[in-house]
Design a protein around this ligand. Sequence first.
Ligand code: 13P
Length: 386
Amino acid sequence: MMSSTTLKPTFTGPRVPVAKAGRVAPSRAAILRVRAGPYDEELIATAQKIASPGHGILAMDESNATCGKRLDSIGMENTEASRQAYRELLCTTPGLGEYISGAILFEETLYQNTTTGSTMVDELNKQGIVPGIKVDKGLVPLPNSNNESWCQGLDGLAQRTAEYYKQGARFAKWRSVISIPSGPSNLALQDCAYGLARYAAISQASGLVPIVEPEVLLDGDHDIDRTLEIAQEIWAQTFKYMADNKVMFEGILLKPSMVTPGADSSKREKPEVVADYTLKLLRRRVPPAVPGIMFLSGGQSELEATLNLNAMNQKPNPWHVSFSYARALQNSVLKTWKGQPENKQVAQEALLKRAKANSQAQRGQYDPSTESKEAGERTFEKGYVY
Ligand code: 13P
């Protein structure tokens, strides 16, 4: 078990024992023998399972308010029963486990039954999909910043993550955001990075693999170079604080935004350019110890998100480069379902189609020739909240 007295206070990597005063530093073999956390091996195994070839994450952890907006877009009332029907449709899609290795749930869904009496967690496990849980408590205004926000949820987090583990969750998500048009201020960058690092350490101590997500919002008219500059800054700070917090990098997953121009930029960039910039960011900032990079879609169209991912996987990467999309997996599902029970099967087929396309993109083998026009519709909304 890790304890502060057995760790060198200035050491910036995970879990190395301190030499007792007056003694020489431990040999490398002794360092490697140290097992600091009771969940270390399980965390590594979970992260590797999620980051397995041809697989990615289905993000279905919209808060009740955001899920309500989605349901409203197809004329459905936002009740627990309609959220249950929708989430059940997603979790019980036959064959989903072939392409999806993890599903991020909102707390309600982690504890929810399906209409046939099984639990959503059981349905995911049956398909070999690891259940995950959104653990942040959302964004609130950050005083004395440029109208930026900070992410709440650290108080009581250790108790909640322990409970979520008992309930079957094996990984977690915490989404904090960075707004380029707001500056961003160093105050916001630092707070975002520090919050993510504390959350990551707490999650690992409870056996949950943390997904680390400092989302660089698509809002703004900046070019791709500016996005790269800010993304480099936030990831530098995030890794610095994760190292300070002794987070074990082999047992985390990242959820970055792709490096693209702002949504209002007059210049659009081709997938090869987005891939080039994004991989440059990753190579400069992410150690190869990290097993998986699971991108968010951030308001890109289903097609764009898949094409960009495919472009990044044209050559081998040091990490598993994959997806953890919400909008870019669910958009066509919702439109096909329309809340009608008789559309459930075709809606599940729509989900499977997107999951398969992204699975192929994870392997760098995606062929867009069979895509519909709707797949090219952007899902971007200004000032999006999750
Ligand atoms: P989008 O893919 O819709 O950006 O959402 C992913 C997510 O989980 C954001 O936290």
